[in-house]
Design a protein around this ligand. Sequence first.
Ligand code: UD1
Length: 427
Amino acid sequence: MDRIRISGGRPLVGSIPVSGAKNAALPLMAASLLTDGTLTLANLPHLVDITTMANLLAQHGVAIHMNGDGPGGNLGRVLSLCAADVGSTTAPYDIVRKMRASVLVLGPLVARFGRARVSLPGGCAIGTRPVDLHLKGLAQLGATIELDGGYIDARAERRLRGARIVFPFVSVGATENLMMAAALAEGETVLENAAREPEVADLARCLVAMGAEIEGIGTNRLTVRGGERLTGADFAVVPDRIEAGTYAVATAVTGGEVELVGVRMDLIEAVADVLRQAGIAVDETAAGVRVKAPAGRARGVDVMTEPYPGFPTDMQAQVMVLMATAEGAAMITETIFENRFMHVPELNRMGANINVHGGSAIVRGVDHLSGAQVMATDLRASVSLVLAGLSARGETLINRVYHLDRGYERLEEKLAACGAAIERIEG
Ligand code: UD1
């Protein structure tokens, strides 16, 4: 298994290109199942999760063509997907277990073909993460749902029918699955308390480009007027706000100055706000956002994760690294997922002083972290260890880094180009 070695203490200076968002790309790829036309997606990141979704769609019968990289060098990959000839509506366990986002094929398949068998994703490292809201919503649209042999079996004898669906709490995946299903349903669907994440809005805009009628994009009330047929479209994936936020923190913890090229300030407002309170300069530029660390230590700031536009749970582990060496204490509260503090014991092994009480972590800032051998557990926890290694004195060796390849494109290359001493040890 690959490992990553980092010699810490070098400020990051330069510019980092921000890739297309993984969490927007995955539902957009699943949306290709809604039409027999060709959906061409640009600015896709080169990531293992994207390959996993491509494999899942290919085994359903979707024809996928790689059109190479987009113009301009940093515009990511272009992929054409055509689901004119879908042969299987089953999403097998072997693929779904690798990536929870596989469950996003459920809504499109049952809406277009009246049948879907999708393996239940089950638990994962950051909590139980059920899919009950996806299933209840599909049932309200007229599908019959049964669970059998570890699979979700969804059927619809006739076309799905629009309904008013009120989510008891905000779910990104459930909003996406139901919005896609509603786009082919008869009549109007209203999704109340819908997720407002930019990736959800990106999917909505793509569905509109495919011929769907959707009102309220970017708000918590989405009205979808379904059509009998959607068409192909050309669409470019929104920049990855989590990747951008991660490199913003990397810049802050190394005392550096970096321009994040391609991201927009409105996508990272909540993270920028916390960084500014901690004393880090975050400013919009013509090409993106510039981040500059203060001369001394950052200040501790309390942070609570919330659905968008609040502070993202996918940035919680990274911001904890910043607070670990900040002046004073910070309370970091996780409200989206239980059990998302697996990075804490590893950070403490590097000299951090962090105590977890239920859903909150008290971080008492220390003068510096020290390099150590650590182990990565999930995607964002893994990248937090990279950030800790970049800021620490001495050498850090991170084991089990395959999680990073699911969500960060060319991580070592992007960091090394700004002066980090980071390398992958293969094998
Ligand atoms: C998506 C993101 C993930 C991010 C999360 C929250 C993708 C591929 N993944 O995950 O990176 O951390 O949003 O911003 O876009 N829940 C239920 N029942 C359901 C669905 C969700 O109880 O049917 C719960 C979950 O366990 C969790 C909360 O709702 O506690 C939010 O989950 P959700 O927003 O659905 O996360 P994902 O879509 O899985």
